[in-house]
Ligand binder design. Structure first.
Ligand SMILES: [Zn+2]
Length: 497
């Protein structure tokens, strides 16, 4: 780095940056070469991206090796932007540019007229600047009001008048985002929201390297990698994307939500802010699982709009809110360990409701109600993982005989602990959660509360608004119901009439 060439002449005589090596090395060739190199070394290519090893990542690698412009199709919160930003890692650390050029011209192949004129007059003494890879990534969220001027450029009549130039002269152009991204990656999020006219402009740049600005033809053989993201339904909807543009996008890659709860937990654990100052945190596995299942259940729920999906940001924000609620409880009750409980997930409703797009039926019920139902289902499923087939009659009986206990999300562990001990058989059941009487009481209380919440989720015991657990409502004699699936009404064949 110390002896980087500062002029075109020095650049020419350098070994790393010779004309032979650089003149025809496009960005897409550069990405390909660096990717191959990292693959040969066996390096991790997309560190921190989970659950895509066998699906999305191989397809992206193929797209880069093929030197394709590509699009990621997926619902929100599927790490699309993150993956695109990671492409920076496949660029050279720095590349030489003509100093002062607005569009980062390659010194050996300048495309703007100013640079060509300058090199013609200054020759080998033309100054070179160095562009680091962090500055070679431009991102734009497409909205319907984005104009050709924003995206590609505009002719500047004042500049033209001052210089006594013709309007269509390249020197009078005020460059937009795309030309300024020359020699870099240009990422457009939500491509279908881009007006048809701009899509035509993009297509022309990809295809011919020229474009019309206010009716004037302007030549711009840009060296860019175009990457896009879109919601799959928007992208495939008729008339949203002009066909020739679609045709020029080499690879269409589908992203997805985590396939398993475990994968989801890995992502959430990586992203959520959990390591906080001061307090010792013990986040139980079953709490993580319930949080993750909230997203899984919501993605399946008929009351939630499938088109927009349920972002992975939901479990991430919920985790943060759950820890905060537990933190608040610990401070208030002077506890040393922060141990989140299932009730903290109900307290994290503000991190849920805004992230669910409701269908009509859901809107009628209200976001709060729908979210509570989803949490309850998530608790039931997680409970089944640990306690399926475990005999809980003794505990249920305690409530049936008139036992009651209040476990609010603000109540300290000490306050609740003695009451919980009265429920015969409860402590032994906690071994399924790897919790015993040797654990601190915060942990025991959290585990016991999970059992009660699980029984409540299965309607075997009751619970009031004030979080008082009581006997369940007496149901008409029926075989005991264990899971929600079985409660679905039998869908008989509709009679003909
Ligand atoms: Zn230039």
């Amino acid at each position: 780095m110390t002896s980087q060439p500062k002029t075109l002449g020095e650049l020419r005589s350098s070994s790393n940056w010779s004309e032979q090596r650089l003149a025809n090395r496009s960005l897409r060739q550069e990405l390909r070469e660096n990717l191959l190199c990292r693959m040969e070394k066996g390096e991790a290519l997309f560190p921190g991206v989970h659950g895509y090893d066998d699906t999305v990542i191989p397809q992206i690698i193929n797209a880069i090796l093929s030197r394709h412009h590509f699009i990621l199709l997926g619902l929100r919160g599927q790490a699309k932007s993150r993956i695109l930003r990671r492409l920076i890692g496949f660029m050279d650390q720095q590349v030489p540019v003509v100093a002062g050029c607005e569009i980062n011209d390659n010194p050996y192949r300048p495309i703007c007229r100013a640079c060509r004129e300058r090199i013609a007059s200054e020759g080998d003494s033309t100054a070179i600047a160095w562009l680091s890879r962090d500055h070679r990534y431009v991102e734009k969220l497409a909205t319907p009001d984005v104009t050709i001027a924003d995206m590609i450029g505009d002719v500047d009549p004042i500049k033209a008048a001052r210089g006594g130039r013709n309007l269509s002269d390249e020197l009078t152009i005020h460059y937009g985002l795309l030309p300024r991204a020359n020699r870099g990656i240009f990422a457009i999020n939500e491509l279908p929201d881009l007006a048809g006219k701009i899509q035509v402009g993009l297509f022309n740049i990809m295809q011919e390297g020229d474009v019309q600005i206010k009716g004037y033809p302007v030549r711009m053989a840009l060296d860019v990698l175009l990457v896009f993201t879109a919601n799959p339904e928007d992208y495939t909807a008729r008339g949203k994307i002009i066909t020739p543009l679609k045709d020029r996008i080499g690879s269409e890659i589908r992203t997805h939500y985590p396939a398993t709860v475990e994968e989801g937990i890995a992502i959430t654990a990586q992203e959520a802010w959990a390591l906080r100052d001061g307090y010792l945190l013990h986040l139980p596995k079953y709490v993580q699982e319930v949080i993750e299942r909230v997203a899984f259940v919501a993605r399946e729920d008929k009351k939630i709009d499938k088109r927009s999906g349920v972002s992975q940001r939901l479990p991430i924000s919920v985790t943060e809110n759950v820890i905060s609620n537990a933190e608040r409880r610990a401070i208030r009750n002077d506890e040393k360990t922060v141990v989140p409980r299932v009730s903290d997930i109900y307290a994290a409703l503000p991190a849920i409701t805004g992230k669910l797009e409701l269908e009509y039926e859901g809107e009628m019920k209200g976001a709060d109600h729908v979210s509570r139902e989803i949490i309850r289902t998530a608790i039931a499923k997680t409970y089944d993982d640990y306690f399926s087939g475990v005999d809980m009659r003794q505990i249920v009986q305690w409530f049936d005989l008139g036992g009651e206990i209040q476990v609010t999300d603000s109540a300290g562990a000490k306050e609740v602990f003695d009451g919980l001990k009265n429920i015969q058989g409860l402590t032994e059941k906690l071994s399924a959660l790897n919790v015993s009487s040797k654990d601190n009481i915060e942990t025991q209380v959290s585990a016991a509360e999970f059992v009660l919440e699980g029984l409540y989720a299965h309607k075997r015991i009751g619970r009031s608004e004030e979080r008082v657990f009581t006997a369940g409502e007496k149901q008409p004699k029926k075989p005991e119901q264990r899971t929600f699936e079985r409660e679905e009404p039998f869908r008989g064949r509709r009679p003909y009439n």
